[in-house]
Write a protein that binds this ligand. Sequence first.
Ligand SMILES: Cc1cc2nc3c(=O)[nH]c(=O)nc-3n(C[C@H](O)[C@H](O)[C@H](O)COP(=O)(O)OP(=O)(O)OC[C@H]3O[C@@H](n4cnc5c(N)ncnc54)[C@H](O)[C@@H]3O)c2cc1C
Length: 397
Amino acid sequence: MGIIKDRYDVIIVGGGIVGLTLALLLAKSDKRIALLDNKAKVESFNREQYDVRVSALIPASVKLFEQLSVWDDMMALRVSPFTHMHVWDGDGRGKIEFDAASVGVNELGYIVENNVMLQVLWQRVAACAQITVLNDIQLEYLQRHEHNPNIELHGGDTILSAPLVIGADGAQSWLRQAAHIAITEREYEHHAIVCTVKTEKTHDKTARQRFMPQGPLAFLPLETANSCSIVWSSAPTYADTLMQLSDEDFALTLTEAFQSQLGAVVEVGPRAKFPLIMRHAQHYVQPGLALVGDAAHTIHPLAGQGLNLGLADAALLAKLVLQDYAHKNERIKHSTLRRYERARKADNATMLAAMDGFKKLFGNDIPVIKWLRHRGLNLTDRLDFVKNLILQKAMGI
Ligand SMILES: Cc1cc2nc3c(=O)[nH]c(=O)nc-3n(C[C@H](O)[C@H](O)[C@H](O)COP(=O)(O)OP(=O)(O)OC[C@H]3O[C@@H](n4cnc5c(N)ncnc54)[C@H](O)[C@@H]3O)c2cc1C
């Protein structure tokens, strides 16, 4: 069989939530888009069982899905709104509570299973005439030619080329490595365990998080009133121990660690564990090339921001690229890509630094820091103005 060569206006490498969203945003132009993924199959929604991977979506991300008319389809499958948030310090002496009404909204955000988003986005992409989906493709190398601005991607018998290639291929981004873009990387020294649980008491649409010196433990409310998705971050050795416990012992340990806030944990589903690493690409763009989502940055999940930041990358990059296309520019100007990089890198760096600060502040057991932390949390809790500012920033308002 001969070599298959194909040329597109845009190639997106990676069909995760960020890559799929970006493809749909760019399909508002008349351009030919290729979306590649190295996986053969899409994860699909299962009504009988909650996906072990969920994301807390802020209103800005929901708005983006509404603009793409995919939010109603996600709601028709399953999304879980939350109206309150309770965060407290290890021993319960410092706490802060947020509620939607205080900032004049109905919900603070939504907990959405990742396979809900993936299924709806994949269906929409498959139905879009401008987007060619290439699954199960194993890319091998990237080639640039002098005097030809098109970037070529080679994999097996296939050569694909485009003047704009975007990496949405996740934390280990192949494209980022093929383009020799360096990253700043640091272990958070936490592994996160995720799992669906049932509790004795109902969650009342409240997202709860306890910060312990060993790491945060979050209970995120799901559609059924006594089901939650938990994210428990702790030192890698302790996380290994937790993974090895029987379901009964894990449920008991979890109930205790969560100070029985929702009564006993009465049922636990399969557990999955993720090493947590801070990564930040030193550059988001090169001529004709850009990175979005986890390909550009990964962050501790303690504030549930990773995907939200990736969706904000996709929204801004698409906006700027569509503006260039509207000016009849066949090729995206490098200055346009640089504008994207400047804006998003600064925003993402701020969030990465904030998560570092949180982790250090709450991971500290020195008495004076503990005292300041309690005072700080309780004081902020009483200052509605400051609290609302924090909330508005976290919600992307
Ligand atoms: C425990 C945990 C909890 C989290 N909770 C939240 C939360 O509550 N809220 C939130 O906003 N974020 C959360 N996050 C972060 C969030 O999950 C990620 O930021 C988000 O999923 C990244 O999406 P992405 O599309 O950029 O990358 P990915 O989801 O990694 O998708 C990458 C895609 O690229 C494909 N791919 C990979 N390599 C190649 C290749 N060589 N060629 C072609 N395709 C390739 C993959 O198959 C995949 O489809 C959490 C993360 C963790 C670990």
